[in-house]
Design a protein around this ligand. Structure first.
Ligand code: AMP
Length: 287
């Protein structure tokens, strides 16, 4: 069975041993409830390192007061099997007190620039990226990985982490992992478990909308608002989906784009509530 470290001291000891053996250290941060997308991410982490650590920590500071922290799916035994199947070397599964020994008292935090953190997910989840960036920096400090893997599925998160690593000179090589999808296009997500059968069918609308927008841009559409409208109308055509946002942004700065095809990578991003689940997805748009 894969070894599990519960404390910072344990994970540091195991990582130090691996380093002495000459291994590159990889980290795949997760919140558990692992699915095939996570397994792919962990496999890539292992391929890019010699010793892959998977952290499983449902980080309270990235959840808003009315979000799904207490009912976030927890499937620890199955997660361990998934980590083992993905050839990980160590699971780091701390409790909240290990990570936040001062409890709710204020602690030092990463201030994420508003231009990256205030729009899109940040607009409906104030403080979310501060929580994400802070816990990721802590995990980097605890595990001290050489490489760390993040999914493009959480595109804004990936940009925030990259920016933090650049701004704070964090010596970790951040690698992007493509989004793994179900056969019908739905991006795999721990939150898909919340969906009933009709909602599960309706949830494919996010991917369908992104494909439709990509096709329009491929056929020459260059107007950002027009592409937003295509995304919006596609999602709104699904009665069980309630649109959060439909955006077309610069892939690096996340600034909304007026015109596409001016030498900048463009990304379309969507959020929608389908039944009890808030789902997000995104896709790069053709140049
Ligand atoms: P989470 O447990 O949701 O915090 O996700 C942990 C990591 O897995 C993050 O870097 C996510 O972007 C990544 N991830 C989540 N879903 C997918 C997916 N469908 N394909 C690839 N990576 C994913």
């Amino acid at each position: 069975m894969i070894p599990v470290a519960r404390t910072i001291a344990e994970v540091r000891e195991a990582v130090a041993g691996a380093r002495i053996s000459g291994h590159i250290i990889g980290l795949a941060p997760t919140m558990g409830a692992l699915h095939a997308g996570h397994v792919d991410l962990i496999r890539r982490c292992k391929a890019d390192s010699g010793f892959a650590v998977v952290s499983i920590f449902v980080n309270p500071t990235q959840f808003g007061p009315h979000e799904d922290l207490s009912r976030y799916p927890r499937t620890f035994e199955a997660d361990l099997q998934a980590c083992e199947a993905a050839d990980a070397d160590l699971v780091f599964a701390p409790g909240p007190v290990e990570i936040y020994p001062r409890g709710n008292r204020p602690s030092t935090a990463v201030e994420v620039p508003g231009e990256l953190a205030d729009g899109l997910e940040g607009a409906s989840r104030p403080g979310h990226f501060r929580g994400v960036a802070t816990v990721v920096l802590k995990l980097f400090g605890i595990v001290r990985p050489d490489v760390a893997h993040f999914g493009r599925k959480d595109y804004q998160q990936l940009r925030v982490i990259r920016r933090m690593v650049a701004d704070l000179d964090v010596p970790v090589d951040v690698r992007e992992v493509p989004t793994v999808r179900e056969a019908d296009g739905l991006a795999m997500s721990s939150r898909n478990r919340y969906l009933g059968p009709d909602e599960r069918r309706a949830a494919t609308v996010l991917h369908r909308a992104l494909v439709q927008a990509g096709r329009a841009v491929g056929e020459g559409e260059r107007d950002g608002d027009r592409v937003r409208q295509i995304l919006r109308e596609a999602v709104e055509s699904e009665p069980l989906a309630e649109l959060g946002y439909a955006e077309v942004v610069d892939g690096e700065t996340l600034a909304p784009l007026e015109k596409l095809g001016e030498g900048r990578p463009a990304v379309a991003l969507l959020a929608a509530r389908v039944g009890p689940a808030r789902l997000i997805d995104n896709a790069g748009l053709p140049a």
